[in-house]
Ligand binder design. Structure first.
Ligand code: CP3
Length: 327
């Protein structure tokens, strides 16, 4: 996650000339950034360079990224009138640049045998930004709307579910070979609230997208207290963060689900001895079970030395070979 980004000098170079949204809205540039980590490291998959927020423009929301502040929604959704005013999007028109970037990236990746992951924000996490208008510690405006006006909440989530389902299906059609649903803020909810106010919409999206025949990865953070509920969303792969031991997470969700994770991204800021020790612990917890996707529990941090990323990728590849050879 954030496989491409500011920790790479190639990305920072390009950002001197273009804003982040400019890169995302020009398919050639998105494709170029998608390929940057693929050129630099021996990664097993590429993820299309985009963000979870631009598709919200299809609903009529105005999205921006301000330096140092993260994402902004200039006209947040706060009441029933705001929800009713949301447009019913033509998803392909609203997201054409990412769909085209997927087509371009597939062409680049084909010869190398590297698959491409498409993605979307999950309805709950998109609702967080749509209501709050930007990043927040606790997203209290969003949760208050959910608690106090569940009727408005359901209308909003219905619209977001339609957008997300259509967007992911279009990405599969454009050539994405796996789809990741990012629910970064799901951990702000109690298990009961998650089950009532977020889960049904994830299930609807995943049911819809599974018909495209492409595997779905569900990512969230801070949800180890309700992992069984989260895993019932129907995804093929469940991402877990470092707040739970990976082996324990797997025991709890059962063997029919693959697991992605779960190195703490901060480990990449440390020296190699400590980083490799921590990576080995994740691999040991996975225990060589089929269906483990080694990943970080959240995005690569901007001060991560690329050399650490390179060594980590190689370490994980070699470690797996040793386990196989010894078993
Ligand atoms: O993984 C990849 O390489 C694909 C690209 C990708 C980005 N954002 C690019 C990006 C992906 C998969 C995302 C997902 C995303 N975006 C999520 C879900 C996953 C997560 O990280 O929790 C969320 C919540 C967002 C919203 C978002 N976008 C935030 C909060 C920020 C600001 C964070 C920051 O570090 O400033 C962004 C900006 C963003 N999206 C950057 C990148 C590479 C920073 C780039 C820049 O400023 O040039």
């Amino acid at each position: 996650m954030r496989q491409a980004g500011r920790y790479m000098s190639e990305y920072r170079e390009l950002r001197k000339r273009y804003g982040m949204l400019e890169i995302i809205r020009q398919p050639e540039l998105s494709c170029q950034v998608t390929m940057q980590p693929i050129e630099a490291f021996d990664l097993d998959a590429a993820i299309i360079f985009a963000d979870i927020l631009p598709p919200l423009e299809g609903l009529g929301l105005k999205v921006g990224f301000e330096a140092g502040e993260g994402p902004i929604v200039h006209n947040p959704v706060r009441d029933e009138a705001d929800v009713l005013a949301l447009a019913t999007p033509d998803v392909e028109e609203a997201t054409w640049f990412t769909l085209e970037a997927i087509r371009l990236a597939r062409r680049e990746l084909e010869g190398r045998g590297i698959p491409l992951i498409g993605f979307s924000g999950a309805p709950f996490t998109l609702a967080c930004y749509s209501v709050e208008g930007g990043s927040s510690k606790d997203f209290s405006l969003t949760k208050r709307l959910m608690m106090v006006r569940p009727d408005i909440w359901r209308q909003l989530m219905g619209k977001l579910t339609g957008l997300v389902g259509g967007y992911l299906r279009a990405q599969a059609q454009a050539g994405a070979q796996a789809l990741q649903l990012f629910d970064t803020w799901a951990g702000l909810l109690s298990p009961a609230d998650y089950a009532e106010f977020a889960l049904p919409y994830n299930q609807a999206v995943i049911r819809e997208v599974s018909r495209a025949g492409v595997p779905v990865i569900y990512f969230s953070t801070g949800t180890s207290g309700m992992l069984e509920v989260v895993a019932s969303c129907g995804a093929d792969v469940v991402g877990v963060d470092w707040r739970i031991d990976l082996g324990e997470a797997w025991r709890r969700v059962g063997p029919s689900v693959a697991i992605q994770g779960n190195l703490d991204p901060v480990a990449l800021l440390g020296d190699w001895a400590e980083l490799s020790r921590r990576a080995a612990r994740v691999l040991e917890s996975a225990g060589g079970r089929p269906g483990h996707i080694f990943n970080l529990g959240h995005g690569v941090l901007r001060d991560s030395p690329p050399e650490n990323v390179r060594r980590l990728v190689d370490f994980v590849h070699e470690y797996r070979l040793e386990v196989k050879a010894g078993s």
